[in-house]
Design a protein around this ligand. Sequence first.
Ligand code: TXA
Ligand code: MG
Length: 319
Amino acid sequence: MQRPNPSIATVIRPFDDAAIKDAATRISAGECVAIPTETVYGLAADATNGEAVASVYAAKGRPSFNPLIVHVPDIEMARSLAEIDTVAEKLAGQFWPGPLTMVLPTAKNSPVADIVTAGLNTIAIRIPAHPAMQALLRATGLPLAAPSANASGRISPTQAEHVRMSLDGKIGLIIDAGPSSLGLESTIIAPGESGVRMLRPGPITAEHISSATGLPTETGSTGTITAPGQLATHYAPAKPVRLDASSSEPDEWLIGFGAIAGDASLSESGDLIEAAANLFGCLHEADASERPKIAVAPLPRDGIGEAIADRLARAAHRD
Ligand code: TXA
Ligand code: MG
């Protein structure tokens, strides 16, 4: 007889020493745990334990070809996992800890499980700044593979409650440290000797990268998808989304910006940093509203506006 998968009890604990100890014990036992970072909440597992990492894919229902970001507490551990050349070194000095992920050649004898990189010979690495993720990294002494803590193809979580709504019954523990300050996934780049490729726009812009390296930063699509996170379905809410709306139809929930008030606003003062921090929260709210459609006010595309536009275009894409 086939038994249904038993559902796990999902506990939410506020971030403190006892919660981190609980989380570290679970991670060491091969469980995955939702933990806040300054970008979005991550679903963390021991990156050296293939089964633990498989449980992350399982909890998320994530397609197996999507490699994960590995989080480390410091540059020493980064060096044990990846080859860090002079360009990467410069970028690490300037932007780590912080919202930058670098795709680098995997180090020889790296202890990271193959499933983490989905068979690639490169590894995506980040040193996060958030005190909760830093505390967990230090308590476990392990590199932690952590994609965003949402079911695959759904909106990235910026609050513990978003994680619970998406993964309730699928994971044992969510650490709650309030809303993520940036609210937008990390910038992903691939540094090279003659230039840097931008794989996913984010809080660190192409201008930031170029001025740190003195090298050109190649943005935009080159025709091939190097980061599967760039797949158009990755960030989609369940409802149709209409962009650049200056007013709403009766069946639409309008996400406003600046002078366009809407049902909720990304930023009443027209601040793009604030809009980025509110983006996923507003999409969640719109998706949960009674109205069957979502409209979004226009936003400028300069600076972090490029990353917001990228996320909104994916939200609006329908097959
Ligand atoms: O802010 C963030 O980056 C969050 C927090 C939790 O750190 N994490 C996150 O992870 O957004 P995830 O798994 O949702 O996105 C990871 C992205 C995917 O697009 C994946 O394909 C790409 O990183 N990636 C991972 N390893 C890669 C590699 N070796 N080459 C190219 N892309 C890679
Ligand atoms: Mg994600």
